[in-house]
Design a binder for this molecule. Structure first.
Ligand code: SAM
Length: 278
């Protein structure tokens, strides 16, 4: 396990993922009934952009820093940007939330947050960063076991983020398997799988596996910062979202053109379609 998310915190892929996560939480919160947030590969939860790792790559400069400086933020970014602002009250961008902190801050008193991180050191950092909030539980186990271990949830409503590092060749297949298990155990699970847009051949197979997952509905959303055929580069990232809450597609149609323009490097673009339509 060599991957350390701190090198990439706040980059274009994090902004895309966390902004969409903020909208999933907002849309799930329209109903009073509680829901559970499950994070299979949680990371450490909080990042210091001036720390050694993030400042060495500077990836956040082409991610959250661009939104931080923007004076044309769409209303739909308010929850996400509000929490980044709350973490940086003196007006200088320094601290950035990981998905656990996005979920912890945006969920309500009646919701539960279940986080899993396998790396022993990162797991302890995550525990430390989440301490004091009794709605949050941190597990230091195997992320691929989360669907079996935690679903179905008593609330009968859940968002599950599946966000592995993609260090190993089989992780795309494992994502598709985790989705199959999740909807097999609780059909209505809102599951979001993050994936890199890099290797088109691997992606073709991945889309086929996702389409065979048995999810009732599956939306594919991608945000590119370079043309899709640019060699040896992270050209963008995608989210495959099972059972997206009603209204998400319309919101993303509004957000994605703005986001692609804001975060594009050699060329920004986006696409959205259904891998499984109802
Ligand atoms: C892409 S990062 C997660 C970022 C986080 N979800 C966020 O958005 O802030 C992937 C994380 O998965 C952890 N990890 C790697 N293999 C794992 C496994 N098999 N089970 C659980 N966690 C794993 C890594 O240590 C790393 O912290």
């Amino acid at each position: 396990m060599n991957y350390r998310h701190a090198y990439h915190a706040g980059n274009h892929a994090d902004v895309f993922k966390h902004l969409v996560l903020s909208r999933l939480i907002a849309l799930m919160s329209r109903k009073e009934q509680p829901f559970a947030y499950l994070d299979t590969h949680a990371g450490i939860g909080l990042y210091d952009l001036r720390g050694d790792q993030a400042s060495r790559t500077g990836e956040f400069l082409e991610g959250i820093a661009r939104l931080w400086q923007a004076d044309d933020l769409p209303a739909l970014t308010a929850d996400y940007m509000g929490l980044v602002r709350d973490m940086n009250p003196d007006g200088e961008l320094r601290y950035y939330p990981g998905s656990p902190e996005v979920a912890r801050r945006l969920t309500r008193a009646q919701d539960r947050v279940q986080l899993n991180e396998k790396h022993p050191q990162d797991g302890l950092l995550l525990k430390d960063n989440m301490k004091g909030d009794r709605r949050v539980a941190v597990h230091l186990g195997e992320g691929w076991h989360v669907p079996r271990a935690l679903l179905p949830v008593p609330e009968k409503r859940a968002i599950m983020l599946i966000d592995p590092p993609f260090e190993q060749l089989d992780e795309m297949q494992r994502c598709a398997k985790a989705l199959k298990e999740a909807v097999g155990r609780m059909r209505q699970t809102v599951a979001a799988i993050w994936y890199p847009v890099k290797d088109q051949r691997a992606l073709k197979r991945f889309y086929q596996d996702l389409a065979g997952s048995g999810a009732p509905k599956l939306l594919r959303v991608e945000l590119l910062v370079h043309p899709v055929d640019t060699p040896n580069s992270l050209n963008g990232s995608g989210l495959a979202i099972a059972n997206p809450p009603w209204g998400l597609e319309e919101e993303l149609l509004e957000l994605l053109p703005w986001l692609a323009e804001k975060l594009g490097q050699s060329k920004g673009s986006w696409q959205m379609d259904w891998l499984i339509a109802e």
